[in-house]
Design a protein around this ligand. Sequence first.
Ligand code: CA
Length: 237
Amino acid sequence: MSTESTDTSLLIVEDEPKIARLMADYLQTHGFTTTTLGDGNEVMPWLEEQTPALILLDLMLPGQDGLSLCRSIRQQYPHTAIIMVTAKVEEVDRLLGLELGADDYICKPFSPREVVARVKAVLRRSQAAKSAPGLDTSDPDAPVQLDENGWQAMAGGQDLGLTAVEFQLLRVMMRAPGRIFSREQLMDHMYRDNRIVSERTVDSHVKKLRRKISEVLPERDIIRSVYGVGYKYQPDE
Ligand code: CA
């Protein structure tokens, strides 16, 4: 992985001045530069002038609310990471269900330390996604072809019917044939609302992915489990 400098500019959208100040101070201490906006209506005009690496976005705001802002930002600036900040834990399930495309969620009250850790993790994931080699995953001679725009995987002319998570796992591995990915690395490559929450869920998603592939290609074992380490895509014997 390259060590080139990471963009560290953050936008904090938060209408409670105390919370905004707390976040800004702590993030600045950890090397980030921050701008704070307290009104939802200020956000889209500001983004026309500036391009932050990540936005911490409060849900309840005066002016345009966090929900509708998240949708607008995702649509217009697909590469800007978003962490939604909510006041209730129960909100997170509902937000996940809406598939807003946020990269992560933080609940109030939060510790500043947690915010810094989440920001770093999200930026690490989005950097990893951007720097993933652009290997041709639609190669007609490969056992499986990916339609990256349609999020479809085909084998032997059949749609494998993968879920978004399974598709992302397969794509990560197919971009680097033969490379062994640890469960943690696979989790790092998951982003947006499809992220995986634990190493055990990686196993369960990979298991389903392998089953779907083997239904179409029973004689091939292209996703291999590497005992004690992780998984790899191995198109040839
Ligand atoms: Ca608020």
